[in-house]
Design a protein around this ligand. Structure first.
Ligand SMILES: Cc1ncc(COP(=O)(O)O)c(C=O)c1O
Length: 363
C-alpha cells in the first residue's frame, strides 16, 4: 500500500464536475484577468476569515511583500519573524527591501516564541510577522501586546492556516493583515500559484488593490510603481468551489491527526484545544535519527517529508543572518518528520503509517 504525503488527484476526483464547470465558465466569458470570480472569491474568503476585505494576489510570497509595501515598510526597516519557517516568509520581507530579524521558536510547537520577541526589537523594527506553522496559530495575545507596546504592525503569515482558530477567531483576523497562499498542496489550494491578503483595514486594502495592479486604478493612470500580482480568474474559480469544502476537509484532517495522536502518543504535536484549533496543514513528529526513519518510511511506500530541513539562517540565501544560534529552530530542522495528512486519507492508511513509523523508533 503506497500512501502519499498529500493526494491532490484524490481530491480532484471528488469535485471534478464542479471544478470543470467553474473553469469552463471562465473560458466562455474570457475575463481571465480580474474577472468576476476574483471579486466573488475575495468577498467569500474575507467573510470566511471574519475580516472586512480580501485582495487576491499572485502568491503568498507576494502577499507578504505587498502588505509591507502597502504599510510603507522597506529599506532601513526591520521585521521580526521566526528562524524556523519556509523561506518565503523571509523572501517577502527582503523583496520589500526590509531586513528580516530572526527569533527562535518554541520546543513544543515550532511557533515563534513570544518571550524572545522584545529582545529583538530595535528602533528600526516596524512589524512582527508570526507564522502559523503547520496550521496552528501563534500565541497571538502576547504578540499583540508586545506590538501595541512598541507600536508595531502584526502581519500574520497564514499560508498554512486556512480556517485555523485562536480563541474563537480565525487566522486572517488576528493582526493588522494576513498573507495567505493557495499553492496547490495547501488546505485551500488552487491549480497553480495564488495568494491573498486579508485585512479589516480599509486604507490598506484600497492601497493593495492599487499596488497589485501596476499601481493603477484606471487604465494607463499609474499612481505609483506597483507589481503585476493579481489572483488569476481561473484560480479564483477553482477556489470558489473548494472554499465550500474547506471546513469539512479541515474536520477530516483533525480526525486523522487525532488518530495519529492516539497511535503515536510520544511523538505527536501538542494536543489540539478549542482555544487554539489547528487545521493540520502538516502532521509533524519529532524523532532522533530523522533521516534514517524518513528513508525507511519512504522505502515502504509512505510519502513522509520534512518541513523544513534548515532554519532560515542556515540557508545559503540567508547565511548573513547566521550571526547567533537559534537552538530550538536548529533542533526542529534536525528532527522534524511530516507524516501523510489530507482529508481523503483512510483509517487503515493512518494505522499503517503509524505502525511502520513505530517499528522504526523507540517507543
Ligand atoms: C509559511 C509559508 N509562508 C509563505 C508561503 C509562500 O506562499 P507561496 O508559495 O504561495 O508564495 C508558504 C508556502 O509556500 C509558506 O508555507
Amino acid at each position: 500500500m503506497s500512501i502519499p504525503l498529500v493526494d491532490l488527484q484524490a481530491q480532484y476526483r471528488l469535485i471534478k464536475t464542479e471544478i470543470d464547470q467553474a473553469i469552463q465558465v471562465v473560458l466562455d466569458h474570457g475575463g481571465f484577468i480580474l474577472g468576476p470570480e476574483v471579486a466573488g472569491f475575495e468577498s467569500s474568503f474575507a467573510s470566511y476569515c471574519q475580516a472586512e476585505s480580501c485582495v487576491g494576489v499572485a502568491s503568498g510570497t507576494d502577499a507578504i511583500h505587498l502588505i509591507l509595501k502597502a504599510f510603507g515598510i522597506g529599506p532601513g526597516d526591520e521585521v521580526i519573524l521566526p528562524a524556523y519557517t519556509f523561506i518565503a516568509t523571509a523572501l517577502g520581507v527582503t523583496q520589500a527591501g526590509a531586513t528580516p530579524v530572526l527569533v527562535d521558536v518554541r520546543t513544543d510547537d515550532a511557533l515563534i516564541n513570544p518571550a524572545l520577541i522584545e529582545n529583538a526589537i530595535t528602533s528600526r523594527t516596524k512589524a512582527i510577522l508570526p507564522v502559523h506553522l503547520y496550521g496552528r496559530c501563534c500565541e497571538m495575545e502576547s504578540i499583540r501586546q508586545i506590538a501595541s507596546k512598541y507600536d508595531l504592525k502584526v502581519i500574520e503569515d497564514a499560508a498554512q492556516a486556512h480556517g485555523a482558530t485562536y480563541r474563537g477567531h480565525r487566522a486572517g483576523s488576528l493582526g493588522h493583515a494576513a498573507a495567505f497562499s493557495f499553492y496547490p498542496g495547501k488546505n485551500l489550494g488552487c491549480y497553480g500559484d495564488g495568494g491573498a491578503v486579508v485585512t479589516s483595514d480599509p486604507a490598506l486594502s484600497e492601497r493593495l488593490t492599487l499596488l497589485r495592479n501596476w499601481g493603477s486604478r484606471k487604465k494607463y493612470h499609474h499612481e505609483e510603481p506597483g507589481l503585476n500580482s493579481r489572483l488569476d480568474t481561473i484560480q479564483a474559480a477553482v477556489l470558489n468551489v473548494k472554499l465550500q469544502y474547506l471546513d469539512p476537509w479541515n474536520r477530516l484532517r483533525r480526525s486523522w491527526a487525532a488518530l495519529y495522536d492516539q497511535l503515536l502518543p510520544n511523538y505527536g504535536q501538542p494536543l489540539n484545544s478549542p482555544e487554539n484549533e489547528s487545521v493540520y496543514h502538516i502532521y509533524a513528529v519529532r524523532v532522533r535519527d530523522r533521516d534514517r526513519v524518513l528513508i525507511n518510511l519512504q522505502g515502504q511506500g509512505i510519502g513522509a517529508g520534512v518541513h523544513y530541513p534548515f532554519p532560515l539562517h542556515k540557508l545559503e540565501a540567508y547565511k548573513h543572518l547566521d550571526t547567533q544560534s537559534f537552538p530550538e529552530s536548529e533542533a526542529w530542522a534536525l528532527e522534524e518528520l511530516s507524516l501523510p495528512i489530507f482529508a481523503e486519507l483512510q483509517e487503515e492508511q493512518v494505522r499503517r503509517v503509524a505502525s511502520v513509523f513505530i517499528a522504526q523508533v523507540p517507543c
